[in-house]
Design a protein around this ligand. Structure first.
Ligand code: ZN
Length: 379
């Protein structure tokens, strides 16, 4: 007789060959599963019995070695019996049944997805960007600029001599920053703009500086160099193209795989108009601005003045009320700075950013006194 401690359960037995159903009793005895009916007696080593994953509403059954199976008459009774005898329930099945585990699994999945988004996507976009030829990048930049002409940008009204002086100062600072001649190819452009004092870099190396920014910094060419250094950083590190790829990573991969650049070209201006650089990209560009200013013997902290002035002009614009077709309805802040997320002025000038520029004065010695700037690129 079986040990009294082992509970018994009524079940159906199928021999696996015929369709015959046998009413049986199941119980465990040592390492064996015992199956006994009116006309049959069978046993099977417990370790060889397969217990299919239990689902909430599915039938309860077990497959026996060498064919045949036993099936529960009542699910709840079977579950109790399995629990009492400690059979069949793998950790996975128990985990699936437990909402705590389900919650934990969901949280883990979320963490993995977020990690992929935070670190995987930037890495993937960098890899894809490396595949995009410079010529395509320039085409993207040109297309985007063409889309902005007339709408956001107009021809510059700056004195050509002033433009030439800025270009000259830029070229000099660039030579100091990249003494080995490994500077990224940059095309400096001046435009009048509805965006007010601003600057931005496009894929392929076009940097657009607005007349309004030049006027705002007319007495501070040192700060203008800092802005140009920042934008050159975006060009050097291909932030525009990387952001584009990131924003349309699947489409871009598909388009490149098919050798179809036209899709990328047609969506780039729209995406470029909508997207903004990540904080990491901004930090990298600020690092470039710091390196750029240091190379020209200018204190990086001069950039704090820029943020003060931009803040003041934003206040003045709000006071005057918004103008122009793209003005904000509430008119509380820079009406048009938001129309181009990649532009300098759209980047938040938070305390952390300003502090980094100020702290960057410290590690290097030998700076000339701060404002007005020494190696000014101005006439
Ligand atoms: Zn930037």
């Amino acid at each position: 007789m079986p040990e009294p401690a082992s509970p018994r359960i009524p079940a159906r037995y199928f021999d696996g060959h015929s369709g015959a159903v046998h009413e049986v009793l199941l119980w465990c005895e040592g390492e064996m599963l015992q199956i006994a009916g009116k006309t049959l007696m069978r046993q099977a080593p417990l370790r060889q019995v397969q217990w299919p994953e239990r689902t909430r509403h599915g039938p309860r059954l077990a497959h026996l070695p060498g064919g045949g199976s036993v099936q529960a008459l009542e699910s709840a009774q079977w579950d109790d019996w399995v629990a009492q005898t400690g059979l069949g329930e793998s950790l996975v099945v128990r985990a699936q049944q437990s909402w705590r585990w389900a919650l934990l699994a969901t949280a883990l999945l979320l963490a993995v997805t977020l990690s992929a988004y935070r670190w995987g996507l930037p890495l993937a976009s960098q890899a894809v960007t490396a595949l995009i030829p410079g010529q395509v990048e320039r085409q993207i930049g040109d297309t985007a600029l063409a889309a902005m002409e007339g709408r956001l940008l107009g021809p510059s009204r700056l004195d050509p001599a002033q433009q030439a002086a800025i270009r000259e100062g830029y070229a000099r600072a660039r030579g100091l920053r990249f003494p080995r001649g490994n500077a990224p190819g940059v095309s400096l452009q001046f435009r009048r703009s509805h965006m007010g004092p601003n600057a931005f870099a496009l894929p392929g190396g076009t940097i657009v500086v607005t007349d309004e920014l030049v006027q705002l910094l007319a007495d501070r060419p040192d700060i203008l160099l800092g802005v140009l250094g920042h934008e050159t950083g975006h060009v050097h590190l291909r932030h525009g193209t990387r952001s584009l790829v990131q924003a349309s990573v699947l489409g871009t991969v598909a388009a490149l795989a098919l050798g179809d650049v036209s899709t990328l070209l047609s969506t780039a201006p729209v995406l470029l108009g909508q997207m903004a650089y990540s904080r990491d990209f901004e930090r990298e560009a600020d690092n470039e601005a710091i390196a750029w200013l240091r190379a020209s013997q200018i204190r990086p902290s001069v950039m704090a003045t820029l943020f003060e002035r931009l803040h003041a002009t934003a206040g003045a614009q709000a006071h005057q009320g918004p103008t122009g077709p793209h003005a904000d309805r509430d008119g509380t802040s820079t009406p048009l700075a938001q129309t181009l997320g990649i532009a300098f002025r759209s980047h938040p000038a938070d305390a952390e950013r300003i502090q980094r520029f100020q702290a960057a004065d410290q590690p290097t010695v030998g700076f000339l006194p701060s404002s007005p700037a020494p190696s000014a690129a101005h006439p």
